[in-house]
Write a protein that binds this ligand. Sequence first.
Ligand code: NZQ
Ligand code: ZN
Length: 387
Amino acid sequence: MHNFVFHNPTKVLFGRDTIPAIGPETKAWGGKALLVYGQGSVKRNGVYEQVIASLREAGVEWIEHGGVCSNPLLSHVREGVRLAKANRVEAIVAVGGGSVVDAAKAVAAGAVVEHDVWKFFTGKKGVKATLPVTTVLTLAASGSEMNSGMVLTNDETREKFGFGHRLLFPKVSILDPETTFTVPPEHTTYGAVDAISHVLEFYLTASDPDSPVQDRLMEGLIENAMAACERCLIDPRDYNGRANLMWTATLALNGLTAAGLGRVGFPMHLIEHSLSALYNVPHGAGLAVVMLGWLRAHRQSLAERIAGLGRRIFRIAAQDSVAAADQTIACLQAWLQSVKAPITLEQLGIPVDDIPTIAANAKGLARIWRLQEYTPERIAAVLQLCR
Ligand code: NZQ
Ligand code: ZN
């Protein structure tokens, strides 16, 4: 195992009836907040009313900044920064899924500087201070509720870039599984796929995977994401199914899985972000397709690791590693189809003739994420295996 520092400062309140804590928990950081939410699901499912009742009760004044879209846009974040500055808010409250939490983090970083917030995403500026962020999560997927990362689409350049900074961990995140009862089946699936891919990225790119403790943890998270997803598709109001999926998604990208693995990569995400930037596909839907292509592209070079995963999770019996890796990929594809995830570019509505354009779009993020080995040619080769 490699040396590591594991420091996750986010306080998580998990379970039923935790939303009323958002007011006091936010008041502890500031008496005036920007309230960030999406396109309206929180108003339809009653979460918004619970949040503002708690803010009011705690004496927190709020300015609204709704309208965050899936794959959040730079233009909308810039407006949030303007509002936060004009109203001198002291905290940002995010109520929604990963897109809302990410947008809130970006506003928190942009509200305390004079330069454009996009400069953080291109690496041209570093974070030195931020406003505090508190969250009420309503979708199990991204893990943003307990990590320091965020991803934004520049709607002028159609680039989707992500960055992280330790000051951008949410101070407090409220995870009440009941808020996810209203998540539609497709986003239940996409969220589980996102969580699975977060684990797979590290499991398969770890440079020195002699870490059985991490391997068993990651295999368990993948198994649980699959089982919990199936439970929630059968019964969307299955509290323990929703609770297990929610906590699995949080643990899948809060730093715990990467501990001790040394340098890891995020290549599936590198490629998928271009699909979302160019075609606005849901992040988890894009990952379901890219994951299969990426695995096929590495079926020989990573045969042992893929086969090891398949033996644990799918009880693959084949002795030969490449044969076992192929069976593992086939089992994963069958599972994705069973939960109605897309498995080809065509099913995403993306023309295969666009592959060179998609590959070129990913070049900027490959540079920022130091994944230059993912040349447009290599990305195109992976995408050719997503047909
Ligand atoms: O906008 P509203 O009306 O809220 O509707 C949303 C949206 O249409 C809906 N939804 C959310 N909670 C709901 C609900 N519908 C009914 N009931 C509820 N309780 O679901 C749709 C998708 O929401 P979104 O927030 O976009 O989904 P998700 O949580 O998967 O977030 C995706 C974003 O997270 C980023 C992705 O790039 C993408 O932009 N990621 C963030 C990461 C991070 N910060 O660490 C890492 C991830 O890999 C990912 O890249
Ligand atoms: Zn993701």
